[in-house]
Design a protein around this ligand. Structure first.
Ligand code: F1P
Length: 348
């Protein structure tokens, strides 16, 4: 059956998040020692999905801790370290579902050789090279997958970066309570919106998908774009909300679906972008905490009560389902994206 694994992996994210959080609580003492040092900067790195994860994790880290943070592709940290690092050593946090992606492993090697320090590594496979060779491994338990496109692995590793941020910021239990609420909200969200995502995916007049997200939501918009491409071979692009006006909107027409990942603090400006695109003929979907005051053709209301800083994983499941159902609709197998393998391993 097409997409069997992808579907199971999307639908089991609530459980995966629970397992990941339980595991992190047991393992965190080892990592606390390094994470709470006074770092001048934090660099997150990964490839593909895990690079996008690095973007959102870095924005969140900087907003919450006040420490300068950046997300960079593994290949850049490997091949162009001078454009990434300066003299003072940053904390490196490397993320890889497989723990075997060559570019990420080489980025770690360059960092270790240059600074004589060990990074924190996050992966779903405890026996992988990256995890075994690290003094500070953090397992996203429950995130392992049989499909190529990352779904529950991504959201579980994202949750682990939320957890690390919480530890680094020495926040009180109120914030972990927020993380604990994620799995139950996931279940409600998915049962309420699965049917709508299936219907939307079957709309053949929509040929171009655009994902808008700003601040902490930009990396998530990129990941949603990647799911749509990998699983369903649909033309899809991510942009920061306000950037979309600066040229890309020329492409908007009646075949365009614009999906906005609404941030609580800037929803007013973001909605203005969406309604302008509606005037150009686009179909609009908003993924938002509250539907109050939101006008769109489709609204996914999270209604989670969770602070926007800790809500990241909830933006994704409906969009993963949209990609999944679109692939099925086009007769493609979401478990086996065209030209892709689970890991990119390079020869010398
Ligand atoms: C990263 C990655 C995936 C992508 C593809 C190839 O892998 O780029 O994001 O979907 O399957 O690998 P990893 O380093 O997170 O294992």
């Amino acid at each position: 059956m097409f997409g069997k694994h992808t579907y199971e992996e999307i639908m089991s994210q609530g459980e995966a998040w629970q397992q990941s959080l339980l595991h992190a609580e047991r393992e965190i003492d080892m990592i606390k020692e390094i994470i709470t040092k006074p770092w001048p900067e934090v660099v997150f790195t990964g490839c593909g999905s895990t690079y996008y994860l690095s973007l959102t994790a870095a924005s969140r880290w900087q907003e919450i801790t006040g420490i300068y943070a950046r997300g960079v592709p593994g290949s850049e940290a490997w091949l162009y370290p001078k454009s990434i690092y300066i003299d003072s050593a940053p904390l490196l946090i490397a993320i890889s579902r497989s723990g075997t992606t060559t570019e990420t492993l080489r980025a770690i090697q360059v960092y270790k050789e240059h600074y004589k320090l060990d990074p924190i590594v996050i992966s779903c496979y405890p026996e992988s090279d990256m995890m075994v060779q690290s003094r500070y491994p953090l397992l996203a338990a429950g995130g392992q997958e049989r499909s190529v496109a990352q779904t529950r692995s991504f959201s579980s590793m994202l949750l682990m970066t939320h957890y690390l941020t919480w530890v680094a910021a020495k926040q009180d239990n109120e914030q972990t309570n927020q993380l604990i609420k994620l799995p139950e909200t996931f279940e409600k969200l998915i049962s309420k919106y699965e049917g709508q995502m299936k219907d939307l995916a079957q709309n053949h007049s929509l040929q171009k998908y655009v994902f808008l997200g700003s601040g902490i939501n930009y990396g998530i918009a990129c990941e949603a774009m990647l799911k749509m491409k990998e699983m369903s071979l649909t033309v899809s692009e991510p942009f920061h909300f306000m950037e979309y006006r600066h040229g890309p909107k020329s492409m908007v027409a009646e075949d365009t679906l614009i999906i906005g990942l609404i941030h609580d603090a800037t929803r007013h400006e973001e909605m203005k972008v969406l309604s302008e695109m509606k005037d150009y003929g686009a179909t609009i979907m908003a993924v938002t905490e509250s539907a109050d005051g939101i006008t769109a053709d489709y609204i996914v209301e999270m209604d989670s009560g969770i602070d926007v800083m800790y809500r990241g994983p909830l933006y994704l499941p409906t969009l993963q389902l949209l990609a999944y159902y679109r692939a099925i609709e086009k007769g493609l197998d979401p478990d086996n994206p065209t030209n892709l393998t689970t890991v990119v391993e390079l020869n010398d």
